[in-house]
Write a protein that binds this ligand. Structure first.
Ligand code: FEO
Ligand code: CA
Ligand code: CA
Ligand code: CA
Length: 578
């Protein structure tokens, strides 16, 4: 049968001016279902969501706030049969909370303990049973085995930095046990059927950087953006672990890639320190020519770097034997040279500048301060590296660079000053081997409209669905690239182009290379994230994150998806052919 999302078989959605608008805009050949929304109960027999009745205990058993990355798993590990197209386990990241949009009576700067605990419980992720009905529509199933992971779920730190003195706290003198994960943005799925979920903007949860006396930690926290004094969220008022004055090392236990086994949900999630600590957008990978596993990860801040981790050992056919695979290997940062070549620079203690004489005591410090180590090696400062996705059909790797309004000095890989609309790079590893240490690269598209000199492969902006601020990427089995955007309304403000954030697809080979087609446009205030297909690729899941952002509970600026005067609720949609 024809692939439901084959770009040659459908018509791009035409956003109707003027944006913004508060209803999804979808390509005419497709329809969508709202699968699960913030506050929906994960357990059977619970009351429908009532924003005025939310408690921390309730939130811990309901779908969290701000849905981000999604990942589909068949109910049985490795199943590729027909049921793997209609019944699955859907993982969803809950990136962050927006308390003025979720907590009645919230007073900025002085939240109650219960309000902070609701926020902690609304972070993390959900693993829920989903199924497709006979009429084609998708719904989730409340079930006692659905899982919520939150900002207080016990986790284990593993790999070279685990147990290091800089990861020890008064609550955890071992430096190996941490409560929760924060700001989980993108992710990835491994060939052995586990989930990688990535901690990104963890700076916002910690307070009182001014009290840190260690010069290197002070510089690192400043580069991360940790506030000098009180945090905006004020979690530190109720939980001392978020106060650097009381726990200077707690912050070092966030900013990692977390591995979770959806088929063993009671197993402790593991923060894999071998992949380094930075603002991980996502972690998508592919196997190397000799059977090891390579994971790409962008560090989403202005002038930060692109990374790749390659395991020491080969992937085993046995899932159990891959349990600790991500604890040993080499982390690299990318240098993009202006001649279109590039080098993966190893973050290995004792090599190059990463020596004791230069203040690097051990590999744990190299991983903990991965940003500083990458800069010392000469990695290229990029325009906010977001998702990176290998294309198994073409062998190329795509890198979304979302924007960088502060760029003044350009280079070939970041060619636009004041880059408002972002671009997408294509990497071709030497020998098409993800284990290579050199690569070639080029620009697939410069996003934006004609006023930016935008280029979409060989096409001009008027020949395509324009986009701005590429964020999440996905690749289907035809090798088509899918882009979800975050920030288009502000990037396009004041221009003739009317646009909410959107999901678009494009071919990356052949005569259509670079011709984008919008399939789904988000609602007012929302970004689009988390594009992921079911096993049979008959359905695309995606998250509508922060609808109505900028509004409040009392004065919502979106009423999606429930309509009327209801509060906006971030939700996962399932997009399928009519
Ligand atoms: Fe959470 Fe970089 O987007
Ligand atoms: Ca986001
Ligand atoms: Ca993102
Ligand atoms: Ca983003």
């Amino acid at each position: 049968a024809a692939h439901a999302f084959d770009l040659t078989t459908w018509t791009a959605a035409q956003p109707t001016a003027p944006a913004p608008f508060d209803a999804p805009v979808i390509a005419p050949e497709f329809t969508h279902d709202v699968v699960i929304r913030w506050g929906d109960p994960l357990r059977p027999g619970r009351a429908p969501f009532d924003v005025t009745a939310l408690t921390a205990a309730e939130q811990a058993e309901r779908f969290g706030f701000n849905a981000d990355y999604t990942a589909w798993f068949p109910r049985r590990r490795g199943d590729t049969g027909p049921r793997a197209g209609t019944e699955g386990l859907l993982w969803v990241n809950h990136e962050y909370t927006d308390p003025v949009m979720m907590l009645p009576g919230y007073v900025e700067g002085s939240p109650t303990r219960e309000q902070v605990d609701i926020e902690l419980a609304a972070h993390g992720g959900s693993l829920v049973r989903v199924r497709q009905e006979r009429d084609g529509s998708w719904r989730y199933e409340p079930h006692r085995d659905n899982v919520r992971i939150t900002a207080t779920t016990p986790m284990q730190l593993t790999g070279p930095a685990a147990g290091h003195p800089l990861l020890r706290t008064s609550a955890d003198p071992t430096g190996t046990r941490v409560l929760g994960m924060l700001n989980n943005c993108g992710g990835g799925v491994t060939p052995w059927g586990t989930l990688l979920t990535c901690e990104e903007n963890v700076d916002q949860y910690f307070a009182n950087r001014s009290t840190v006396t260690d010069a290197r930690q002070q510089a690192s926290l400043t580069r991360f953006g940790v506030p000098e004094g009180a945090s905006e969220r004020r979690w530190e008022a109720h939980h001392p672990r978020f106060d650097l004055a009381q726990e200077p090392n707690e912050v070092n236990r966030f900013g990692w890639v977390v591995e979770i086994d959806p088929y063993d949900p009671r197993a402790t999630p593991r923060k894999r320190t071998a992949l380094g600590r930075f603002k991980h957008e996502a972690a998508a990978g592919t196997t190397t020519a000799d059977g090891r596993y390579a994971v790409y990860s962008g560090d989403d801040s202005r002038f930060e770097h692109v990374f790749k981790f390659v395991t020491r050992d080969r992937v085993s056919p046995s899932a159990r034997r891959n349990r600790d695979l991500l604890d040993a290997g080499t982390l690299y940062a990318a240098r993009f040279d202006d001649d279109g070549s590039g080098v993966w620079l190893p973050l290995v203690h004792g090599q190059g500048p990463l020596t004791p004489e230069n203040g690097w005591a051990d590999q744990a410090e190299v991983l903990l301060y991965a940003r500083e180590a990458a800069s010392a090696l000469g990695a290229t400062p990029m325009d906010r590296p977001e998702d990176i996705e290998p294309n198994p059909v073409t062998g190329s790797v795509y890198v979304a660079l979302t924007n960088n309004s502060r760029r003044t000095e350009t280079d070939a890989a970041n060619p636009r000053p004041g880059n408002a609309t972002g671009h997408v790079l294509e990497i071709v590893e030497a020998g098409s081997d993800a284990g290579a240490t050199t690569f070639a690269w080029g620009i697939l598209l410069l996003a934006g409209d004609a006023t930016d000199g935008a280029v979409y492969g060989g096409f001009t902006p008027d020949q395509v669905s324009e986009l701005a601020c590429p964020d999440n990427l996905a690749v289907d089995s035809l090798g088509q690239l899918w882009i979800a955007t975050d920030g288009a309304p502000s990037a396009f403000r004041g221009r003739p182009t009317a646009m909410n954030d959107a999901v678009l697809g494009l071919p990356v080979v052949g005569s259509g290379r670079g011709r984008t087609q919008q399939i789904f446009g988000a609602v007012y205030g929302a970004e689009m994230t988390g594009v992921f297909f079911n096993t049979t690729e008959t359905t695309m899941f995606a998250s509508v994150q922060h609808p109505g952002e900028g509004g409040t509970l009392a004065e919502p600026t979106s009423n999606w998806p429930d309509g009327g005067t209801s509060v906006p609720r971030s939700a996962v949609v399932a997009i399928r052919r009519r």
